[in-house]
Design a binder for this molecule. Sequence first.
Ligand SMILES: Nc1ncnc2c1ncn2[C@@H]1O[C@H](COP(=O)(O)OP(=O)(O)OP(=O)(O)O)[C@@H](O)[C@H]1O
Length: 276
Amino acid sequence: MTTKKKGYETSIWKGILRSPEKILDSTKGFNQLGEKIPPKSIISISNVKKIYKLGDVKVNALDGVSFDIFEGEIVFVLGPSGSGKTTLLNLIGGIDSISEGEIIVCDDTLRALSAKQLTKYRKKRLAFVFQFYSLIPTLTVVENVELTMELMKFPQKTIRKEAKKFIEMVGLTDRQNNFPSQLSGGERQRVAIARALAKDPDILLVDEPTGQLDQDSGVKIVDLIRTIAKAQNKTVLLVTHDIEIHKFADRVIKLRSGKIISDQYLEGGVPVESNL
Ligand SMILES: Nc1ncnc2c1ncn2[C@@H]1O[C@H](COP(=O)(O)OP(=O)(O)OP(=O)(O)O)[C@@H](O)[C@H]1O
């Protein structure tokens, strides 16, 4: 399956691996003189540690993690329960504070931001998709998406029309007036994705999107995330313990006990062995 957008072709399934160089080859990547522009790091994580203290007990949830994520990459962090995946997302999301090290996102050094600046950072840069969808049960599909757009201060006159575009993008036009309780798990996750896209974030942070879904629905959801992210040049950081969905990533980072044990770009859909 391929999509064409902005004059470049993106392979959804087979392709391929995209090292930062390859991403640039297949996208813009060149300045007006035809010179190659170096890959732009959008998330930079340097020697990050997160220690939770529970009385006298210390938990090293993240223990010296370093990597860069480049603009437009789809990166999956795979790891077993307790390996630090959610902690990592929470730190990048500015929801929790780091114990040591540095996280820089889109030139913002998170540690230096005040609570107010962090709120602004989250609003401007990020959108979250969670395992449990987090939809408002008393609002319909379209109203759930509209609510986000209202918070983002979209012009009131065009909100309904724009919200419908996002719902169409996730294939739920015929369910737009249903309440979340009338939808399947996969459909609810689609609404959550539409709502996240309505924020027009630079980065999608996705936590166990298949956690509540059967295998088939889970694969469809991750395929959708990949397709839309590539079409809109969004950077995706997705954490999961679901090894089956790794092939939708450009790159897989494996985490175990708060440490990175491998970080690899997928070449030609080569399966990642399950050595979690
Ligand atoms: N708020 C907290 N207080 C104390 N310990 C915590 C806290 N949050 C996480 N931890 C601990 O940090 C470690 C990493 O947890 P984390 O939730 O990041 O793992 P995970 O890989 O996301 O796991 P799962 O797949 O089960 O969600 C675990 O040992 C967990 O018990």
